[in-house]
Ligand binder design. Structure first.
Ligand SMILES: *Cc1c(COP(=O)(O)O)cnc(C)c1O
Length: 411
């Protein structure tokens, strides 16, 4: 990818800088309390949770305690929680596991165009197995219409998968309504709640979800651990093969330190739910208000929908998003583009094109995602950096109207 080469070629900062991290939807730092909880399981308590001796028993007890904490976060019973290697595996296990468990000759899956690639690419892989998949469009504000789900149902629909909060826009999907439609139709319903955990109160019964994915590293636990809620009675076959771990749903020696960390992170998330999302919403609202008043030709993507507090996705017209990310990073502010890079070409984000942005506006969009450590001072410093970086990039942009060297554009 072009941008990586550019970053490498730049000289190192001579002075240490206070860096502001605004990319919590990509990953979060591990909470110190989570580190403290998991550390003993990397050193003294190293037993295999399947061993019958005391080392194993200690590990087993810790895994089961973590399972209770994760279950409590989503309103489930501990036996309904399957630990995985992360959100991607949880999504894959839910989708492939439920669809392959069905013996029907014809199978159909309904999902949306704004899902994470862990869902979209799992569905695409099912298409190669002969499964029919409907990828529903979304509104210009990034929300799936429940009526379109109902209209897409077929007699052979076996699964609906719609995320709870979108990772690029933060938009909250009408999951409760979709859950009702799924229940009425007798179709299994999966929701990817990776970006909702810790930001919204989660209750799988209220949501009507039969399956629900979580990821540790979006929740102040480490990378490489996650969980899938599987409602008791939901038919699911494993997607990998080995021992009898996780009640025959997911084989492999348990990642005890990771699982302990996820359990502790789930407890902290639950305890912080009463205050932290509201605090972060205040920061995000201040950021957007100030940004729109100080920077012209900017719009907040998905602003017309309910959104989780942490996420702000902004299109800065006439700017190439990757350049703005790099310019901001040099000023000590880390955020990201909505765009994913594939085989050298910068493809515009599938989420932003799904809400109707032109490829150019999609490439001009940046995602800012706030978290626990962020303060009002961070927001103000980020705004300063943003204002000057946008001004500079527009001065040199060949398509910006205020640039004397600019060329007329079709937009
Ligand atoms: C990050 C993310 C995932 C993938 O989780 P990993 O633990 O990184 O595999 C899945 N879905 C959403 C919405 C995400 O944001």
């Amino acid at each position: 990818m072009l941008a990586f080469g550019l970053v490498r070629a730049l000289p190192r900062d001579p002075l240490p800088m206070h860096r502001i991290y605004l990319d919590h939807n990509a990953t979060t730092p591990v909470d110190p309390q989570v580190v403290a909880a998991m550390l003993p399981f990397l050193s003294e308590i190293y037993g295999n949770a399947s061993s019958i001796h005391s080392f194993g028993q200690q590990a087993r007890a810790a895994v089961e305690q973590a399972r209770e904490s994760v279950a409590r976060l989503v309103g489930a019973r501990p036996a309904e929680i399957v630990f995985t290697s992360g959100g991607t595996e949880a999504d894959n296990l839910a989708i492939l596991g439920v669809v392959r468990a069905s013996q029907a000759a014809q199978k159909h899956v309904i999902t949306s165009r704004i899902e994470h690639h862990a869902v979209l690419n799992a569905c695409q892989s099912l298409e190669t197995e002969g499964v029919e998949v409907t990828y529903l469009p979304v509104s210009s504000d990034g929300v799936v219409d429940p009526a379109s789900i109902r209209a897409a149902l077929k007699p052979h629909t076996v699964l609906i998968s719609v995320m709870l909060a979108n990772n690029e826009l933060g938009t909250i999907q009408p999951v409760t309504e979709i859950g009702k439609i799924a229940a009425e139709a007798g179709v299994a319903f999966h929701t990817d709640a990776v970006q909702a955990a810790g930001k919204l109160s989660l209750d799988v019964s209220r949501l009507g979800a039969d399956l629900c994915s979580l990821s540790g590293h979006k929740l102040y636990a480490p990378k490489g651990v996650g969980a899938l809620y599987v409602r008791a009675g939901t038919r699911l076959v494993p997607t990998s093969f080995g021992g009898h771990h996780e009640r025959d749903r997911r084989p492999g020696t348990e990642n005890v330190p990771g699982i302990v960390a996820l359990g502790r992170a789930a407890e902290l998330a639950r305890a912080r739910l009463a205050t932290e999302p509201a605090r972060i919403a205040t920061l995000r609202d201040r950021f957007e208000r100030e940004l729109l008043s100080r920077i012209s030709d900017a719009r907040v993507n998905g602003a017309g929908s309910p959104r989780v507090a942490s996420t702000s996705n902004v299109a800065f017209r006439f700017i190439e998003g990757e350049s703005l990310v790099i310019a901001l990073d040099l000023k000590g502010v880390s955020c990201s583009t909505g765009a994913a890079c594939s085989s050298g070409a910068i493809e515009p984000s599938h989420v932003l094109t799904a809400i109707g942005l032109s490829p150019m506006d999609a490439r001009a969009s940046l995602r800012f995602s706030f978290g626990h450590a962020n303060t009002e001072a961070d927001v103000d410093a980020a705004l300063e950096a943003l204002e000057s970086a946008v001004r500079h990039l527009r001065e040199i942009s060949p398509v910006a109207p205020r640039n004397p060297r600019s060329v007329p554009t079709a937009s």
